[in-house]
Write a protein that binds this ligand. Structure first.
Ligand code: FAD
Length: 506
């Protein structure tokens, strides 16, 4: 019994054993008090999406929360370190910029660093150079270097942030081992029906082929694009964002590793979408995300294969999807986590993060058998807003382009954008203001890197940036750039760091 009289949830059923299913199972088994049984149903025959190799920094918190040793994790998943994403050919053909994790310079007297940089760029002489020169993660990424950050806030190394490129199947295996050790029961089989209470509409059980039945109190839908529980059984509608994000297919293929290990993901804009390159220790992950209305499948496949650096390891695999999300992610006694709740293309590597976010928010609003509506509404409010914030950030990359070399880019450049993104752009276009909404994933530094990288220059800058005498401000910028340059130069190469600390055993 809980304090307000409702009985506790004691039986959780997870449907699906992809990244979402096993992340959820590992977290629940470790964090929910004893007395709660967790059963996970998955079908090997159906399989998983099987892509999803690039992540963003909050994953470190998730792994820490589960007590996963980082070097052991990197070894087990063939991971490499990721300091950001390089965007090639997005604003114009031949352009490149980095969206690094981490911060630019340091604020002075309440004035953001990027405002000081913009003022110096307006004054000229000396030219401050690209804003990326003032971000340690960006400079280290360009030089192929990596080390772990410092916990000392006085050190410039404390401004370095990182994530991983990893083999998602190996990560799911690691989590599965942990979850099973903690008592999660895995059931192999295909769900063929969902039983609901005739009065409340709550899910009571799932039926498996072979006339097996698994009953539960809280159901987590991790069934992927099928959305078996939330979509099919509970009929929660899907809102499409295809009009803003028209890419709906991808070809994916791993290739042999060639040359050095870049500590960043590469996203290269192509005629009708973009190609990813994700370096792991033992191979490189590649894909072409494209709009089927603007290129046919064979041409997209050829473009992917033509862009590989090393030999393809196998045949490319096609995936189909639609950008958008369910109108509620928690309905009655069912929470959708992962692709069953929604999909946003992997341009900013956010899907695994949205899984993590769903799990941590579920933990903080964990229900009793009363399934309080206020808490369910709150979960839906914050999760749906997070999806929209990520959506807007991704749309920005497509919309802020000067490219006019294909119908796809013409469409992206001229399309109407969501009002929430227009409002952000209006604030930026004036005096380069960027504010982080409550609970927003991307930091102002992330927005600044992409806005400037995509070539959107504000008309002006914060008038307070002129309070600092011009020569003092120029000296400050030069000092920051120098410290970052020397710090990056002293770091080991990415490969040397992995070899010394966490090389996968082959
Ligand atoms: P799935 O992997 O599809 O798992 C679904 C599970 O449900 C499976 O175990 C399946 O067997 C089970 N199931 C389904 N139906 C039944 C049934 N009837 N009975 C029993 N079991 C059933 N994310 C990132 O963070 N970074 C990336 O770089 C990235 N790249 C991506 C690239 C592409 C092209 C795509 C499409 C996605 C990418 N993602 C990426 C997203 C990422 O792959 C997914 O978020 C992640 O894999 C989670 O998937 P899932 O577990 O929700 O679904």
């Amino acid at each position: 019994m809980t304090s307000d009289g409702a009985a506790r949830v004691t039986k959780v059923v997870i449907v699906g054993g992809g990244t979402a299913g096993w992340m959820t199972a590992a977290a629940l088994s470790r964090l929910v008090p004893s007395g709660v049984s967790v059963t996970l149903v998955e079908s090997e025959e159906i399989g998983t999406v099987g892509v999803g190799e690039a992540t963003i920094p909050p994953l470190l918190d998730f792994n820490r929360m589960l007590g996963i040793d980082e070097d052991a994790f990197v070894r087990a998943t063939g991971a490499t370190f990721k300091l950001g994403i390089e965007f090639r050919d997005w604003a114009r053909l031949g352009d490149a910029y980095l969206h690094p994790f981490g911060t630019h310079g340091r604020d002075i007297g309440g004035v953001s660093f990027h405002q000081l940089w913009l003022r110096q760029a307006a004054l000229g002489n000396p030219d401050p150079g690209p804003i990326g020169d003032y971000c340690l993660s960006a400079v280290a990424a360009r030089r192929g270097r990596f080390t772990r950050p410092s916990a000392n806030p006085e050190s410039v190394l404390s401004t370095l942030f990182y994530a991983f490129h990893f083999d998602a199947a190996l990560y799911a295996k690691l989590l599965r081992d942990m979850a099973e050790q903690d008592g999660v029961v895995r059931v192999e089989g295909r769900v063929v029906a969902v039983e609901r209470d005739a009065g409340t509409g709550f899910i009571e059980a799932v039926r498996l082929e072979g006339d097996r039945r698994i009953d539960g109190e809280l159901f987590i839908d991790c069934s992927g694009f099928r959305s078996l529980l939330l979509g099919d059984a509970l009929d929660v509608p899907f809102t499409s964002w295809k009009h803003w994000l028209p890419c709906d297919r991808a070809w994916a293929v791993p290739s042999q590793r060639q040359g050095g290990l870049t500590p960043y993901t590469r996203a290269t804009a192509d005629t009708a979408g973009w190609r990813w390159r994700i370096p792991l220790q033992h191979r490189v992950g590649n894909g072409y995300v494209y709009s089927s209305a603007h290129i046919d499948d064979d041409d997209a496949r050829r473009a992917l294969l033509a862009g590989l650096e090393g030999e393809a390891l196998g045949e490319p695999r096609q995936l189909r999807f639609e950008a958008g999300r369910r109108d509620r992610l928690w309905e009655r006694n069912c929470v959708a986590i992962g692709l069953s709740g929604g999909f946003l293309e992997p341009l900013e590597s956010t899907s695994i993060h949205l899984i993590q976010s769903g799990i941590t928010r579920l933990m903080s609003l964990f229900p009793d058998l009363g399934f309080g509506v206020t808490e369910i509404d709150e979960y839906n409010r914050v999760m749906l807003r997070e999806y929209e914030q990520v959506r807007d950030f991704i749309i920005l990359h497509y919309h802020a382009t000067e490219r006019s070399d294909s119908p796809f880019w013409d469409r992206c450049r001229t399309m109407a954008i969501p009002a929430s993104l227009s409002a952000k752009l209006a604030l930026w276009s004036g005096k380069a203001r960027v504010f982080r909404e409550q609970g927003e994933l991307f930091t102002p530094d992330g927005w600044i890197a992409v806005l400037l990288g995509q070539g959107i220059r504000p008309a002006s800058f914060d008038p307070l940036a002129s309070a600092l005498p011009a020569d003092e401000s120029a000296r400050f910028l030069a000092h920051v750039r120098d410290v970052i340059d020397k710090t990056a130069a002293a770091m080991p190469t990415h490969e040397a760091f992995i070899a010394q600390n966490c090389a996968a055993r082959t």
